[in-house]
Design a protein around this ligand. Structure first.
Ligand code: S3P
Length: 431
């Protein structure tokens, strides 16, 4: 059954919030903790549905994972300690769980099956199956390993130098995690543009040597992970919704505390600056191997911009809410080189253009992105849907803060995938 919310305009947004832990980092902390020897404590873990899918999969492989409010403890017994799951590993809606786990399972000494929801079943897995097969992996699935359900017969792997056609941290991470299981061989992944580097940073925290240059990362097989404690910074992809809200809602001032500002993720901050937003980034003392800052945003006068090339992987998840931002900027905003949007939780070119058009935006789809013309008054008075995509749902909820008439948001439950306290935070800030 789909759920429906009626959402209306607000007069201003003001106050301080701390967005939940980073999704990418939370997944990796559980996976690497499970692969390591010893006890890994994870603070500020994201309790969203996606990360809980990762927890559930590793529990099915015999890993003891204890969850208390904001603290997750993983009792790792090393890679050899993972057990053959007697049940199918259900990844829910999570692409990160699917693809990173494929790299881990390819080298395990057991058989496993992966399944997910309808959205996962449409997402391309050959981008991971292909390089893993080059390493010797035995993976099968619908359309020759392109789609879930997948079956993986763990086997011994060899190192490769893989030139990935896409800038994807999920592909890069899967290959590197498989590479760690080779017999002292080197595995390198080179990408067309650098993708997020959380795997490289966190593997080092777990005592693994990772070499990097501009667009490549290399690991040597046979290295063991040693348990460590992880503090998960706030997710900049979640903060992005309130950064945009602060910029476009009149009379607003929002302070976001402890947001991760890893330079491979901060494209949204670059775009806000390019568009002329009133934004201040206040670096905080790092508690971790990931940089952190408080970010202050105020209602801004915005101008259109062009977003392309190297910048795209640094903000790929933020494009839905950037499109909303662009409706409130004077002139044209062009987003290009972003065809990866088509293979996210939904085809985000179609869902963003379709839903924003319903509420009065001037936006058109292109082959590899979209063009938005502003500044437009958003009308509302329409039924819109997340289409089961958390980031589309949150973007539309932020849009409702400035629409003339209320909107009806269908399927808002999807938001729980990455930001279960989203509406609580929105109402905290609503004046
Ligand atoms: C992620 C990488 C990105 C991103 C996703 C999380 C990760 O996907 O869109 O939300 O945690 O590695 P791709 O690797 O497919 O670009």
């Amino acid at each position: 059954m789909t759920d429906v919310l009626k959402l209306s305009k607000v007069t201003s947004l003001a106050g301080t919030i701390e967005v939940p832990g980073d999704k990418s980092i939370s997944h990796r902390a559980v996976m690497f903790g499970a692969m390591a020897n010893g006890k890994t404590e994870i603070k500020n873990f994201l309790m969203g549905a996606d990360c809980l899918s990762t927890v559930s999969c590793f529990r099915k492989m015999g890993v003891s994972i204890d969850i208390q409010e904001g603290l997750v403890t993983v009792e790792g017994k090393g890679l050899e300690g993972l057990k053959e799951p007697s049940e199918i590993l259900d990844v829910g809606n999570s692409g990160t769980t699917t693809r990173l786990m494929m790299g881990i399972l390819a080298g395990a000494n057991f058989h496993s099956c992966i399944i997910g929801d309808e959205s996962i079943a449409r997402r391309p897995m050959s981008r991971v199956t292909k390089p893993l097969r080059m390493m010797g992996a035995k993976i099968d699935g619908r359309e020759d390993g392109q789609y879930t359900p997948l079956a993986i017969r763990g086997t011994s792997l060899k190192g490769i130098h893989y030139e990935s056609p896409v800038a994807s941290a999920q592909v890069k991470s899967a290959v590197l995690l498989a590479g760690l299981q080779t017999n002292l061989e080197e595995t390198t992944v080179t990408e067309p543009h650098k993708s997020r580097d959380h795997t490289e940073r966190m593997l080092r925290a777990f005592g693994v040597e990772v070499n990097e240059d501009e667009r490549s990362a290399t690991v040597k097989g046979g290295q063991r992970l040693k348990a460590t404690n992880i503090f998960v910074p706030g997710d900049i992809s979640s903060a992005a919704f309130f950064l945009v809200a602060g910029a476009i809602v009149p009379n607003s001032e929002i302070l976001l505390k402890n947001v991760g500002i890893n330079p491979t993720r901060t494209g949204i901050l670059d775009v806000l600056k390019m568009m002329g937003a009133t934004i201040e980034i206040i670096p905080q003392q790092d508690q971790t191997f990931e940089p952190i800052a408080d970010i202050l945003i105020k209602t801004s006068t915005l101008k259109g911009t062009t977003i392309s090339g190297d910048l795209i992987p640094k903000l790929i998840d933020e494009i839905p809410v950037i499109a909303l931002l662009a409706t409130q900027a004077e002139g044209e905003t062009i987003i290009k080189d972003a065809s990866e949007l088509k293979v996210k939780e939904t085809n985000r070119i179609d869902t963003v253009v379709g839903e924003l058009s319903k509420i009065g935006a001037t936006i058109k789809a292109t082959d590899d992105g979209m063009v938005i013309t502003g500044k437009t008054k958003l009308t509302g008075n329409a039924a819109v849907s997340s289409h089961g995509d958390h980031r589309i749902g949150m973007m539309l909820a932020i849009a409702s803060c400035i629409t003339d008439e209320p909107i009806e948001l269908h399927d808002s439950n999807a938001i729980g995938v990455s930001y279960p306290s989203f509406f609580e935070h929105l109402s905290l800030l609503t004046k």
